[in-house]
Design a protein around this ligand. Structure first.
Ligand code: PEP
Ligand code: MG
Length: 755
């Protein structure tokens, strides 16, 4: 047998020639397996492709019976080939027939062979097929032989995705990579969207796999690694990374991996085997992804995620891919898919074309979700590993109500969702018909429905929903999306635009509420262990009175004599609220002294979202013109569950007895002091939860614009009296403890409420 193999580099060169030659697709594959067999001195080389029905089909062979091609199939997990595909790992066996997984297929004539080397063919960490060489004799395999076969597999993976290859696929079947996939995630923004995937961090397309000049490629790789290391160091030293300990931690592990000798060695070995620097990175990244997908330990999985991110970074450096795509240029019906996204990043996309977002991370009350909801963008979070499983342009369905994502949906799923979309459009028409109606329950309780807002972009929704005004304008969003501190003039401009747009409709401007996941990089100089309970919001404002004064000044000037409502966030005790009111009053006096118009009325209110203030309501309410409950924070602090941590954020029912009792305390205090009370946390926008709030006497609800229609519909259909009585009885302990959610669900069924 001719063992003059010529080594992997020669093989790669020959393979490249075979790929460029004018051959039909089957001939090309036949040629490729022949070249591999020859080069590796093997009697057999076979290539199996994983189909979307989970069968591995023999696509080409040199050495086994040719009649078996496209006839022989193995199930995933069946035989050695099935084992390699199921585990995404290499098998090198001196004698295959001794292996417990060996499955004999008479039609292939495999019984004559002993030594066996098989590798997975991977793309983005997913299995596309299996490549095998077999030998008559028994023998051991050297590590470089396995490497060579893996390198060849990288090349084959690319080939599988070409249009030419489609001709070999049997009608009715497809390759597994394009199999439909469903993800059960977390509903973060309501609605249904059908469209095409746009990867936030687009995959780098590698054009050249085979190296012409290996020393040159080694040099490119080394330089890219060095550049990447410098860029990580730069990030460490930049202001951005002072932000949170979490970011630092990720960077620490990036830095560690960037200097990891094993990783660097694997990269350079891949180049030595004849790949270009970028193909080498992809090859090594594929292995990492495959390991990541198999990993169930969350810690190791996270580390592999970091390594995957790092490899992606390196790929961008090595290919000079530069910055990410122009965010303005989106296809119609774009669905953005990302590991995670900040609110500012989301806002960079063209909103006219963006229908949905799908994140691997993301929690319901995180700010990217809030921004998505306020812009009417459908969203799902916690879609595990979706980034590596999709390609730009893939069809995708996002069900932001159920938290489901269907990637490459089969026709029946797509049809169901088109139906749902039509239904939701009909529902929107129904909501549109309610716009002019007042929200009054059947038994005559008038409810005020208001918007939560924070961007100019979402103001226009006011006209569409018929909401009575803005119950919460989150001023920090302007700070979060800016790259530097917004100046007085910029703040005035925004506030004026909001007031002009709102006209007679009231707007409640909440003072800067930074902290937690509301990251404003240029405002922080130290990282905090626990930013949600750290230097944030009102505390920060009182410590940095310059910032607070500027904001108040901007509000007063923008009002230009009109009525103004200012809401103070995160009030923990009355004294600090009064300090803040003092700053506001001094600014009003200053304005008056300078001869400018002061607001015709100025109302100042407090947010009730820190549990401590529940026990000082009488004192606080003596100083407030109105109050507003921030249930997102109140529930987070009452239950000691981080609202941004998806593991725990939904662990406790916010309308269960203890939480609802707490909210009722506030309702009662507001009634006692005759102070208007609004709910502006996310609870107000969810029909069943809103019903609980109505039942304890709340009448002002502020929510994301897309919730106004459903809530108004619920209000109009509801006979509140008996429901309220029932709930109050539970809260008063007059009846045995009952699950409030179940009780309300029962009522909504009885009254046929649209919930
Ligand atoms: C809240 O905490 O409920 C709230 C409305 O404020 P934010 O979500 O902006 O913290
Ligand atoms: Mg809050």
């Amino acid at each position: 047998m001719d063992i003059d193999k010529g080594g992997p580099r020669v093989l790669l060169r020959h393979l490249r020639e075979a790929m460029a030659a004018s051959l039909g697709p089957q001939e090309r594959l036949d040629k490729i397996v022949e070249l591999i067999a020859q080069n590796m001195g093997a009697q057999v080389c076979s290539f199996y492709v994983l189909r979307d029905d989970a069968a591995l089909e023999l696509f080409a062979t040199r050495g086994l019976k040719r009649e078996a091609v496209h006839m022989t199939t193995l199930r995933l997990g069946e035989g050695l080939v099935g084992h390699i595909a199921a585990e995404a790992e290499t098998l090198a066996l001196q004698d295959a027939q001794n292996h417990p997984s060996f499955a004999y297929r008479a039609e292939t004539g495999e019984d004559a062979f002993h030594a066996f080397l098989g590798v997975p063919v991977l793309r983005a960490g997913q299995i596309l097929g299996v490549l095998v060489v077999q030998y008559i004799e028994t023998r051991e395999f050297a590590e470089d032989e396995t490497e060579a076969l893996l390198t060849t597999a990288t090349l084959l993976a690319e080939m599988l995705l070409t249009a030419e290859f489609e001709m070999l696929i049997k009608p009715g079947a497809d390759i597994d990579l394009r199999r439909p996939r469903a993800f059960e995630g977390l509903a973060i923004a309501d609605g249904v969207a059908l469209g095409h995937v746009v990867l936030h961090d687009p995959r780098v397309v590698i054009k050249n796999f085979v190296a012409d000049d290996i020393p040159h490629e080694k040099n490119r790789l080394e330089q890219a690694i060095a550049r990447m290391r410098v860029s990580i160091d730069d990030m460490f030293n930049s202001g951005d990374m002072q932000v949170s300990s979490e970011h630092r931690e990720i960077l620490e592990s990036y830095r560690m991996f960037a200097h990891d000798r094993g990783w660097v060695r694997r990269l350079s070995e891949a180049v030595e085997s004849g790949l270009t620097a970028e193909a080498a990175v992809e090859r090594v990244q594929n292995d990492t992804r495959a390991r990541m997908l198999r990993q169930s330990d969350p810690y190791i999985r996270d580390r592999l995620h970091d390594l995957d991110d790092l490899a992606h970074r390196l790929l961008r450096v090595v290919t000079d891919a530069g910055s990410l795509m122009d965010k303005g240029e989106l296809p119609e019906n774009a669905i953005l898919v990302a590991r995670n996204l900040g609110p500012a990043e989301l806002l960079e996309y063209d909103r006219a074309r963006l229908r949905g977002i799908v994140l691997e991370e993301g929690a319901t009350t995180s700010h990217v979700s809030i921004v998505a909801r306020s812009l009417g963008i459908v969203g799902v979070g916690q879609a595990q590993n979706i980034v590596s499983m999709c390609e730009d342009g893939d069809e995708i369905v996002v069900d932001g109500s159920a938290g489901l994502v269907h990637l490459r949906p089969p026709p029946d799923v797509e049809a169901t969702y088109l139906e749902k979309l039509a239904l939701s459009e009909r529902r929107q028409e129904k909501y549109a018909s309610l716009v002019e109606k007042d929200a009054v329950t059947k038994d005559g309780v008038r409810i005020n429905l208001l918007h939560n807002s924070g961007l100019v972009a979402d103001l226009h929704a006011l006209d569409k929903t018929g909401a009575e005004g803005i119950g919460l304008f989150r001023t920090e969003l302007q700070f979060m999306v800016a790259s530097k501190l917004p100046r007085l003039a910029e703040q005035i401009e925004l506030f004026r635009e909001v007031m002009d747009f709102a006209g007679d409709r009231p707007v409640v401007f909440r003072l800067l509420d930074i902290g937690g996941d509301k990251v404003v990089p240029y405002l922080r100089s130290t990282s905090e262990e626990n930013p949600a309970m750290g230097w944030r919001s009102l505390r920060l404002a009182l410590d940095r009175p310059g910032l607070l004064r500027t904001q108040v000044r901007a509000l007063l000037q923008a009002a230009d004599g009109r009525a103004l409502k200012i809401l103070v966030p995160m009030v923990t005790e009355t004294e600090e609220y009064c300090k803040c009111v003092g700053v506001i009053r001094r600014e009003v006096a200053r304005l008056g002294r300078s001869g400018q118009k002061t607001p015709e009325t100025l109302e100042i209110g407090a947010m009730i979202e820190v549990p401590s203030i529940l026990f000082e309501l009488d004192e606080l309410l003596a100083h407030t013109d109105f109050i507003s409950i921030g249930s997102n924070d109140l529930i987070q602090f009452l239950t000691a569950t981080d609202r941004a941590n998806t593991r725990v954020a939904n662990s406790y029912d916010p309308i269960a007895t203890p939480r609802l009792r707490a909210i009722r305390m506030i309702v009662r205090a507001a009634e006692k002091h005759n102070i208007p009370l609004t709910m502006c946390g996310e609870l107000a926008g969810r029909p069943l939860e809103a019903l609980a709030l109505l039942a304890i006497g709340m009448t002002k609800l502020s929510m994301g614009p897309s919730s106004i229609g459903p809530i108004k519909d619920m209000v109009l259909n509801c006979d509140l009296g008996p429901i309220a009585q029932d709930i109050q009885n539970v809260l008063d302990g007059k009846v045995p403890p009952t699950n409030i959610r179940d009780l309300l669900t029962g009522w909504s069924e009885k009254q046929n409420l649209p919930i």
